[in-house]
Design a binder for this molecule. Structure first.
Ligand code: SF4
Length: 236
């Protein structure tokens, strides 16, 4: 089987609940979600450039080497769950699980793929806030929460108060998942850090303050890789 791959690289998780954990990232090529604030638009085209499964696995194994090898892979994109990529993501996950890897998928949150989610270790979905320009899909989020509690997180990029309020509304009113108790699945607010801008201290502080004011239903976790390398560097 061939896989549509943008890049494979070793790095440390820069966002969400696994922040700070080293792993190998397999970034699929191709996404048609169209987020306005996407920081990896170079992954959008469904190009014909592919790698064989053996090439992908060899690259992963090579990048894992160290005093003790890393046995952890994050499958991301682009959109690894787009129908043009999901069969390859499933097959890759099967092989990695057989080889003893911890497998995490980081996806836009447009579809639940049970065959895949049942065999991997962790699922990270996005809640698309108004600033992304993408309509969120409450049904898909609910399906994830109902079926994969304990092995999933939902992340929302927050650019402003409107984004925060929309996320709070989705969690509480639309999904009815918060009643002065933490939801079973952690919801993570990622303060937006745009390419070319200085570290957005004021925006970050505002997101922290809003979360406190609204009873702390979320965790606020910034993008560590951008803090270290700046907002423009890719594949880190
Ligand atoms: S889903 Fe991800 S890769 Fe696709 S447009 Fe949105 S941020 Fe970019």
């Amino acid at each position: 089987m061939n896989l549509r791959i943008h890049s494979i690289f070793r790095s440390t998780e820069g966002e969400g609940v696994h922040i700070g954990v080293p792993q190998v990232f397999v970034r699929f090529q191709g996404c048609n979600v169209g987020c306005l604030n996407c920081d990896s638009k170079e992954t959008w085209d469904f190009t014909d450039d592919t790698m064989t499964m053996n090439e992908v696995l060899a690259k992963i194994e090579d990048l894992c080497q160290g005093v003790n090898p890393i046995r952890r892979v994050s499958i991301t994109g682009g959109d690894p769950l787009h129908p043009k990529n999901s069969d390859a993501a499933l097959e890759l996950s099967r092989v990695l699980k057989k080889s003893g890897f911890y497998v995490n998928i980081e996806a836009a949150g447009t579809r639940v793929v049970n065959e895949l989610f049942d065999i991997i270790d962790f699922i990270s979905f996005d809640y698309k806030t108004p600033s992304t320009g993408v309509k969120p899909n409450a049904k898909v989020l609910k399906s994830l929460c109902d079926q994969y509690s304990g092995k999933a997180q939902i992340k929302a990029v927050i650019a402003d108060k409107k984004d925060f309020e929309a996320t709070f509304d989705m969690l509480t009113t639309t999904l009815g998942m918060y009643d002065n108790e933490k939801p079973d699945i952690p919801w993570i607010l990622t303060p937006c850090y745009e390419p070319e801008e200085e570290f957005p201290t004021a925006r970050f502080s505002e997101v922290v303050r809003m979360n406190e004011d609204f009873g702390a239903p979320f965790r606020v976790i910034g993008q560590q890789h951008k803090m270290i390398h700046g907002p423009n560097k890719r594949d880190i």
